[in-house]
Design a protein around this ligand. Structure first.
Ligand code: G3P
Length: 275
């Protein structure tokens, strides 16, 4: 499974990239806003958003970086996809344009505008990461429209199921992939038992029909969810910095290091270090 970093913070991207295990970066308007506002607040440097995005692209040459449109109708999204791609892809040839599967909200009824935009942009050769996926059927439509990646939002489905059931939770709390019961009722969102169950069902459909679109598990909140994304067959998972940092940790690994280090005798050390 490929591992992407879900962050717009340059230092985080540089650090994870320096470990040699990074396969890509995902951004959205909230992540870009947070990163740029942090720098502006710190007063450390004057910053221009376009240059900042270019820096990110140059930090991970050859690795996909998703940049999101903001349009609320089909033509706006197509224009923005072209603009993002023309402006930023020449920098390091690694831009994927993120388009939500459906841009309607409030009293808008333009539900299929985003699917149309994906179709148009993808047929021009712009690689599309279709985001805000909450059902397998949305993923299927995005794939049919030509998206290269579909991004099911794992953590947010879990939030939705818990919230509706009146359960209090913290964002990083583990949610079992097989779902949870309340009394004798197995909770679900129209047949989806958890974010990981959503990933599993999308993978199953794509495998069944030989669909080449990659499944990118997003909105990952903890390390176990990342493991379960891999078990569910996700092609890619994108996770925030703290989750990626946590992947390498286990109490017993630390304990083991302490014991092995304590047992090193001089003869063995000299053998390894040549002194
Ligand atoms: O990649 C999508 C991600 O940024 C959303 O994560 O934790 O806000 O649901 P979250």
């Amino acid at each position: 499974m490929r591992l992407f970093l879900d962050s717009g913070i340059l230092e985080e991207i540089e650090e994870i990239q320096s470990y040699g295990i990074l396969d890509g970066v995902t951004l959205n308007p909230s992540l870009v806003k947070k990163a740029v506002e942090n720098i502006r607040k710190s007063g450390k440097a004057k910053i221009n958003m376009a240059d900042y995005i270019k820096k990110i692209l140059n930090t991970v040459p050859g690795l996909p970086v998703s940049l999101e449109v903001i349009g609320l109708d089909e033509q706006q999204m197509i224009d923005e996809a072209r603009r993002l791609y023309d402006l930023f892809n020449p920098v390091a040839n690694n831009v994927y344009v993120k388009i939500p599967v459906n841009c309607a909200f409030g009293d808008k009824e333009n539900d299929f505008d985003a699917v149309g935009a994906i179709k148009a942009a993808a047929s021009e050769g712009i690689p599309i990461n279709c985001t805000l996926i909450f059902t397998p059927e949305q993923a299927l439509l995005a794939a049919k429209a030509g998206a290269s990646f579909v991004s099911p939002f794992v953590g947010r489905i879990d939030d939705h199921i818990r919230k509706r059931a009146g359960i209090t939770f913290k964002k990083e709390d583990y949610f079992p992939s097989e779902g949870i019961t309340q009394g004798s009722t197995l909770l679900d969102d129209n047949g989806i038992l958890s974010g990981i169950d959503l990933v599993r069902k999308i993978v199953k459909i794509f495998n069944r029909y030989g669909i080449g679109t990659k499944v990118l598990a997003a909105s990952i909140r903890n390390t176990r969810q990342l493991r379960e994304s891999a078990l569910a067959g996700a092609d890619i998972a994108t996770a925030p910095y703290n989750v990626i940092k946590g992947l390498v940790c286990h109490l017993k690994t630390r304990e083991g290091m302490e014991k092995f280090t304590g047992d090193v005798v001089q003869e063995y050390a000299s053998l390894l270090r040549g002194d």
